[in-house]
Ligand binder design. Structure first.
Ligand code: HEM
Length: 467
């Protein structure tokens, strides 16, 4: 009888919470998750297999916490727009130690709003300069050996191009040596974000903390030099993101306004590091997937070659494309959108639940983590017809509401989305109009232990100049 009561109680208490498995005591399903992270199918496989087994809402237990995954457009709208105020980003102490606790990734809701209002113009800042760097870097791809040079899209093309372009747009850093050491240090910080947060001299986490210190020193020096330049009226006309922040802070009319809070140097430094981290691997992964999709879809490539050759002709009297030229690239921008949909570089968006609530008919408890599974929405046949077919023309029509989420949605939408799209479309133009390429290794295995899904092989291609 006691046994029957226990079973009934369990049934009663689990009837209204999402289906799924708690896994083993204490560790939950952490081991299965780690196996996915460490497999050639990538960490999303853990979510995908459960989405198939349990449906559009399921729960699991990872690292001692309950996680719920949701994959309907309605849940995406409710959670990401957060009109109810019931969801927030979780503060993770080890991430704050790496990106800085003034970073908008770690700020309280109130502080985040203030920071975001100051950074929102980022999307409009010096895109032209960034695009120029992308174009210049692309033209260097095989400048030394014009015929059949083997290159890995990741990191040779994608990583270096995006890093350079972002450093130009954010802080006007162009010196190759300084760029190289900054990129190495940012790499250590990114690796530490995935490591166990143990700060002892031989750990990866410690290496990341030390690298963060060096990045802060570089940024401090750049800010100091800028201020000295301004004070000595030796202004070098920097038109980057940093200059924009410093200029507004020294503008008396802006800083005397009621709603204005001057940014501290710590806020500026932490958030420039945040931008680089948030923008680098995401954009470079997206570029790599885009080259892969291009290689697999000859028809799409032919249409693009036609459009881009036309754009190149129209812009032939200019050294570099300008923003006006980008608006002519209608098929290329659909190509970028379709690549972002198919790749879903950031596959899900986590939030912390602040109040007990209900979603998709299930009870969600305060303190749980709720994850919007964007990848699943992007590949849902009820949302996108033939979702596994690569078809840029599907964007001839507007996507359904709340269904196109590569950059998230709501108050946490990606701050670099215009920058990322510009880098992708400009890369596409230069790459297609300047080079031919053939794929050397098309292995679809996913790299282990990365924050964003990318190809293990780095997608090596043999590049030669178009005649
Ligand atoms: C293809 C490239 C990119 C993709 C796919 C991407 C994707 C995303 C997504 C999905 C989010 C929201 C995550 C969430 O809601 O939890 C996000 C946030 C963010 N992204 Fe991007 N991103 C890209 C490029 C960039 C670039 C180039 C920058 C900066 C230069 C950048 C800066 C940021 C920042 C600062 C946030 C945090 C915004 C906040 O919390 O308010 N991203 N990104």
């Amino acid at each position: 009888k006691i046994f029957k009561t226990v079973i009934q109680d369990q049934e009663k208490s689990t009837a209204d919470i999402p289906p799924g498995s708690h896994g083993f005591p204490v560790v939950g399903e952490t081991l299965q998750f780690m196996l996915s992270v460490n497999s050639g199918k990538g960490f999303y496989e853990f979510v995908r297999s459960r989405r198939i087994r349990y449906g559009s809402c399921f729960r699991t237990s990872l690292f001692g916490e309950t996680h719920v995954f949701l994959s309907t457009t309605e849940s995406a709208r409710a959670v990401l727009n957060n009109e109810s105020g019931m969801f927030t980003k979780r503060y993770i102490k080890s991430i704050a130690a790496l990106v800085g606790d003034r970073s908008l990734l770690c700020a309280s809701q109130h502080h985040h709003k203030i920071l975001r209002s100051r950074f929102i113009n980022l999307s409009l800042t010096r895109l032209v300069d960034g695009s120029t760097v992308v174009q210049w870097s692309c033209s260097q791809i095989c400048s030394r050996k014009p015929f059949s040079l083997m290159r890995k899209v990741w990191p040779n093309l994608a990583h270096f191009i995006t890093f350079k372009a972002m450093c130009k747009m954010l802080i006007s850093l162009e010196n190759e040596e300084e760029l190289g050491s900054l990129q190495r240090d940012v790499g250590f910080v990114c690796e530490a974000m995935l490591a166990f947060p143990l700060n002892l001299p031989w750990t990866r986490f410690h290496e990341g903390i030390m690298a963060r210190g060096r990045v802060m020193e570089v940024l401090e020096k750049i800010i100091r030099d800028r201020r000295n330049e301004t004070n000595s009226h030796n202004n070098n006309n920097h038109e980057d993101f940093l200059q924009q922040l410093l200029a507004v802070d020294s503008d008396d009319s802006a800083s005397s306004s009621d709603h204005y809070t001057k940014l501290t140097d710590a806020e500026i430094k932490d958030n420039i590091l945040t931008m680089i981290i948030a923008g680098q691997d995401t954009t470079a992964s997206a570029l790599t997937w885009m080259v892969k999709y291009l290689g697999e879809n000859q028809k799409v490539l032919n249409i693009l070659i036609e459009e881009q050759t036309q754009v190149a002709k129209q812009a032939s009297d200019k050294p570099f494309l300008e923003l006006d030229d980008l608006t002519e690239m209608t098929y290329a921008s659909k190509m970028v959108k379709e690549s972002l949909r198919m790749a879903s570089v950031v596959p899900w968006f986590p939030r912390l639940v602040l109040q007990d609530c209900e979603r998709e008919g299930y009870k969600i408890n305060k303190g749980w983590n709720i994850n919007i599974d964007a990848r699943s929405i992007h590949l849902d046949p009820n949302v996108y017809s033939e979702p596994h077919k690569f078809n840029p023309s599907r964007f001839d029509e507007e996507a359904k509401a709340n269904s196109f989420l590569p950059f998230g949605m709501g108050g946490r939408t990606c701050l670099g989305l215009n920058m990322a799209k510009a880098m992708m479309v400009v890369f596409l133009h230069r790459f297609i109009t300047t080079y031919r390429w053939e794929v050397v290794d098309g292995d679809p295995s996913i790299e282990k232990w990365t924050l964003f899904a990318r190809l293990k092989s780095g997608y090596p291609i043999r590049v030669s100049r178009r005649l």
